[in-house]
Write a protein that binds this ligand. Structure first.
Ligand code: NAD
Length: 476
């Protein structure tokens, strides 16, 4: 069995801080439920030190040539690729996902760094037309030190999605990744450090989440909040951020509708959707969740979905044959079990799965059909391996039901009708819509939601722009 060997610590002002004299958190292996490492937690004094360092780091980094910033990022991407196997292993051991998925995260993270390195060089302002001898300039300047918090579901990518745009823009950052997946974040930060990022520019801290966020967001040093996590925590943090009027990016939960029309290529659609649904054990903010299927093909779709789901190989993410690993923490299987019991109690038909597994935090890939809108799972984000199937009659009915929740992150549509594709793209309330495919995440494309799913985008040029403020300079 592969042992967890990442040396955990806080990184503040260019120095790694260990557990001596600090509280600690036990890091678990989700495949076994057993502890495997001890994580130091930041004290209030550590957080003050991080704020002081970020203040210094911002002054240094905003004055650094964009070419230098880009070079550090490109080198970081190279180191991530070189260390992909070791970093992916850490991610799988602490988060549970199959190793191949963790390696995919590293590859995407490296591509994002490369893209944002280019954006650092493309920070063009504008020169406005004015009478000869006078000038009006529009400048984009880094917003200042960033406080960022991110969840455990993509332990490598979520971290890079916070660090990369901040570093490209010329900001400093204090990042609190999830305590449950600390090692992946530590490994990523070592790549930045080894690539030559000055010590004060990026700090990484762990702690009691509410204490850390209150501390960092109350400080006048912090000029931007960036958060990836649940809607309730996002709303709470946005309120804290309002007190100092800082800039905010919110990457929150979703409840992805999937609209499957009777003119789609059914077998190809099923193959694509089943693989995508159970990626990362369904713990994905853009996961396809509510499957609205046109009545004429509903029973065939349900049978095909259940049959493919039943064939998935569930196991330890370190095993080569595993297609779906355990859930990341003990809270998730418990939540999914409750949602399944509630839906069945309201008349849903269980077509596949429905039970927890042995040892670790396993839950079987599960398919429920005929799920009524009143079921809790149809309203709360399941964030797990749970597919909810229900039939629809007309396009208008499907769109109305897709839009009925406060979430607006990802949506998927399968139809060969071009006019309908255009209408769906226009009318579905979501930040990202995929038609006849499931890929919504690209380094050059903004990633984000509308409604309760948040505001602001990560990735693409928009991710870096979100770390800038606009200034005009008029001279005569
Ligand atoms: P959670 O909201 O308690 O935690 C999510 C993340 O936010 C964790 O990493 C946690 O450390 C951090 N967090 C929690 N409270 C915080 C605070 N006061 N200040 C700063 N950070 C804080 O939820 P959870 O039980 O870990 O995850 C379950 C829910 O989270 C899911 O139902 C899903 O909605 C949501 N989630 C969303 C995403 C996403 O990509 N949008 C990712 C992971 C989890």
């Amino acid at each position: 069995m592969t042992a967890y060997d990442t040396k955990l610590g806080l990184y503040v002002g260019g120095e790694w801080l260990d557990a001596a004299g600090r509280d600690t958190h036990d890091l678990l292996n989700p495949a076994t439920g057993q502890g495997q490492a001890s994580l130091p937690l930041a004290s209030a004094a550590d957080l003050d030190r991080a704020l002081e360092a970020a203040d210094r780091g911002f002054k240094e980094w905003r004055a650094t040539a964009p070419e230098k910033r880009a070079a550090v990022m490109t080198k970081t991407a190279q180191l991530l690729r070189e260390r992909a196997n070791a970093i992916a292993q850490t991610a799988t051991l602490e988060q549970g996902k199959p190793l191949v998925e963790a390696k995919g995260e590293v590859a995407y993270a490296a591509a994002l760094l490369d893209f944002h390195a280019g954006e650092a060089l493309r920070n063009y302002g504008r020169v406005l037309p004015r009478p000869s001898g006078t000038r009006s300039l529009v400048l984009h300047q880094p917003v200042g030190p960033v406080a960022a918090f991110c969840a455990w579901n993509f332990p490598i990518l979520n971290v890079v999605r916070k660090l990369s745009p901040a570093v490209a823009a010329g900001c400093s950052i204090i990042l609190k990744p999830s305590e449950e997946t600390a090692g992946s974040a530590v490994e990523v930060l070592r790549c930045f450090q080894d690539a030559g990022l000055p010590g004060d520019v990026a700090q990484i801290v762990f702690g009691v989440p509410d204490q850390v966020s209150r501390h960092l967001l109350a400080s006048p040093v912090t000029r931007k909040l960036s958060f990836t996590g649940s809607v309730p925590v996002g709303k709470h943090l946005a309120k804290l951020a309002a007190d100092t009027m800082m800039k905010v990016t919110m990457e929150l939960g979703g409840h992805g509708p999937v609209l499957v029309f009777d003119d789609c290529d059914l077998d190809a659609t099923l193959d694509t959707l089943v693989a995508h649904k159970f990626r990362n054990a369904g713990q994905v903010c853009i996961a396809p969740t509510r499957f609205y299927v046109q009545a004429g093909i509903y029973e065939r779709f349900a049978a095909g979905f259940a049959e493919r789901t039943g064939r998935l190989k569930v196991g330890d993410g370190m095993e080569k044959t595993t297609q779906m690993g355990p859930m990341a923490n003990p809270r998730r299987p418990e939540a999914i079990a409750e949602l399944v019991a509630d839906a069945k109690g309201q008349g849903a038909r269980l077509l596949s799965g429905g039970e927890r597994g042995d040892g670790g935090f396993f839950f079987q890939p599960t398919v429920l059909a005929d799920v009524p809108d009143s079921a809790r799972a149809m309203n709360d984000e399941p964030f797990g391996p749970l597919a909810l199937l229900t039939p629809f009659d007309s396009e208008a009915d499907a769109i109305e039901r897709a839009n009925r929740l406060p979430f607006g992150l990802a949506a998927y549509c399968f139809t060969e009708n071009g006019r309908r594709q255009a209408r769906l793209g226009d009318e579905i309330e979501a930040g990202m819509v995929a038609i006849n495919n499931v890929r919504l995440s690209w380094a050059d494309s903004p990633f984000g939601g509308v409604k309760d799913s948040g505001y602001g985008s990560e990735d693409g040029p928009e991710g870096v722009a979100a770390h800038m403020v606009t200034k005009t300079v008029h001279s005569a």
